[in-house]
Design a protein around this ligand. Structure first.
Ligand SMILES: *[C@@H]1O[C@H](CO)[C@@H](O)[C@H](O)[C@H]1NC(C)=O
Ligand SMILES: *[C@@H]1O[C@H](CO)[C@@H](O)[C@H](O)[C@H]1NC(C)=O
Ligand SMILES: *[C@@H]1O[C@H](CO)[C@@H](O)[C@H](O)[C@H]1NC(C)=O
Length: 287
């Protein structure tokens, strides 16, 4: 069999989400009973309340067996859990990733000074997975997804974009359609006191963007004619503008994604999300 261990990181998210959904789960005794991981826990309400959230895995997460139909199992898990992935869990210190506050974005070059402050990025929660692979033996992890992102911010601009003057100050909305982000990372198995955990290290990424539109309120002190002309020009030449704007935003997308995955991995042990990893590792090292 091929040793490609594809594992749903997004079921990760489910665990986090499960923290939010805990109340609902608690009220559903039958669901709880199905949970192998929690078999030895007492079932009365009080105990449930105090349940150690770090080991809590909702019953809709089924560990996939590396030896049995692994790829299709993982794919199914991803489909189930993807919608929950992005919500974040305050209780576990996992930030919501929709919206995400962005650091200030500053462009100063090519005759253009543009500053975005108080920027918020919206839309990550509707990301659609396009590919996901994890291979623990080779320590390889890859993830790609598509997402429509809106960035809302305060802007100050002065100078020119390409050939057209631009000047103004106010609210800006930048919409990027179908950003596709490809992340590759090393994935390591860490031995911790409570068992083995996965951790992503030294991620790298690339991306592409289908289309971007800009809306700057109050350009040229509200002069509509100048503003319309500049918008039209900016929207036609979005690629050049995004050469400067996109990198900091995408960097933040990737950083947020990696951080949340690692927070999840820190909370669950390998056996909780994957069956047969030890055997696989052993059989591999004896070969
Ligand atoms: C919860 O579980 C973690 C890891 O399994 C352990 O380190 C921690 O002590 C536990 N906390 C409680 C309150 O049981
Ligand atoms: C982004 O929006 C476009 C048009 O509104 C839509 O066709 C596309 O499926 C969306 N992409 C994602 C990843 O949701
Ligand atoms: C973790 O422990 C396993 C044995 O359980 C060992 O084979 C492996 O080398 C250890 N990994 C690290 C990074 O220490």
């Amino acid at each position: 069999m091929n040793f490609k261990i594809t594992l749903c990181l997004l079921l990760a998210a489910l665990c986090f989400v499960s923290a939010e959904d805990k109340k609902e789960e608690k009220n559903d005794e039958k669901k709880e009973e199905k949970q192998e991981q929690n078999k030895d826990e007492k079932k009365d309400e009080k105990t449930e309340e105090k349940k150690n959230i770090t080991t809590y895995i909702p019953d809709y997460i089924t560990p996939c067996d590396v030896m049995k139909d692994f790829d299709s199992c993982v794919k199914k898990q991803i489909e189930i859990s993807l919608p929950h992935f992005t919500k974040g869990i305050p209780e576990l210190g996992v930030p919501s990733i929709d919206p995400v506050d962005l650091d200030n974005i500053k462009i100063d070059g090519n005759g253009l000074k543009l500053l975005f402050t108080e920027a918020k990025m919206l839309g990550l929660s509707s990301a659609k997975l396009s590919d996901f692979k994890i291979n623990l033996l080779e320590e390889k992890f890859s993830l790609s997804f598509r997402v429509n992102i809106t960035v809302a911010a305060k802007y100050v601009v002065d100078g020119q974009i390409l050939i057209l003057p631009i000047k103004g100050k106010g609210d800006a909305v930048v919409k990027a359609r179908n950003i596709e982000v490809f992340i590759k990372s090393k994935v390591n198995v860490m031995n911790e006191s409570d068992g083995q955990h996965l951790k992503l290290n030294t991620p790298s990424y690339t991306y592409k963007i289908e289309k971007t539109t800009f809306k700057f309120q109050n350009l040229f002190n509200g002069n509509k004619q100048l503003s319309d002309a500049t918008h039209q020009f900016a929207n036609e030449n979005w690629k050049q503008i995004m050469d400067d704007l996109a990198p900091p935003a995408v960097k933040q997308i990737v950083r947020t994604t990696i951080r949340n995955i690692n927070k999840f991995f820190a909370k669950v042990t390998v056996p909780q999300i994957m069956i047969g990893y030890d055997e696989l590792r052993r059989s591999n090292s004896t070969n």
